[in-house]
Design a binder for this molecule. Sequence first.
Ligand SMILES: NC(=O)c1ccc[n+]([C@@H]2O[C@H](COP(=O)([O-])OP(=O)(O)OC[C@H]3O[C@@H](n4cnc5c(N)ncnc54)[C@H](OP(=O)(O)O)[C@@H]3O)[C@@H](O)[C@H]2O)c1
Length: 215
Amino acid sequence: MRAVVITHAGGPEVLEAHEVEDPPQLGEGEVLIEVAAAGFNRADTLQRHGRHPPPADASPYPGLECSGTIEALGPNVPSRWSVGDKECALLSGGGYAEKVVVPAGQLLTLPEGISLTDASGLPEVACTVWSTVFMTSHLSSDESFLIHGGSSGIGTFAIQIAKHLGIKVFVTAGSEEKLAACKDLRADVCINYKAEHFLERVKQETHGKADDVIL
Ligand SMILES: NC(=O)c1ccc[n+]([C@@H]2O[C@H](COP(=O)([O-])OP(=O)(O)OC[C@H]3O[C@@H](n4cnc5c(N)ncnc54)[C@H](OP(=O)(O)O)[C@@H]3O)[C@@H](O)[C@H]2O)c1
């Protein structure tokens, strides 16, 4: 198969498409995906610079999420998954390749109306924001929510899911352009942390109460 290889630490120019070995044989509960698209995260950039080594048992190729079609099933994969299914997946690496092996527990059904390309950027941010903000911090619709780095990948997903659930959203970002992007996604209070002290503004907007959950 072909995969994107980090030839040495550096900028985007160190990425090269190479012919590499096919993925290993499928183990218990694993599936083989024919990759359609891969998401791009800051962690990929750090890995490319040699500052974010993948776990020892992960694929050597970058890519922490992808979308695609299931090409083969290993032993004991739950019956909800079949060859030919379109899905997206959270990966420990290897998304920048034609094929990748993933435990079935890291697959997500393709959301209705979402293209394979768009879905490839969902698993990392969706899993991170949902697990931290909703499963751990139990943010609810009568609470307010402060998102630092509102225009980041994580931030833009967090704004959209929180607004969908009717939550009042505060964001910080480092430029007016980034704040405008957050406003477009319906963030309620947009704070340029380089121009004003975010804490003072939050206190003012919440009448001294502060936000319930901070990301
Ligand atoms: N992407 C994921 O799926 C994922 C998963 C787990 C954890 N995380 C964590 O979530 C945070 C955001 O990740 P992301 O992938 O969404 O990031 P991103 O899209 O690359 O955005 C990062 C934002 O952080 C702000 N920032 C402040 N200081 C920075 C610096 N020195 N270098 C770069 N950015 C800086 C920038 O916004 P301002 O200019 O407005 O400050 C920038 O837009 C990171 O801490 C990351 O480790 C991300």
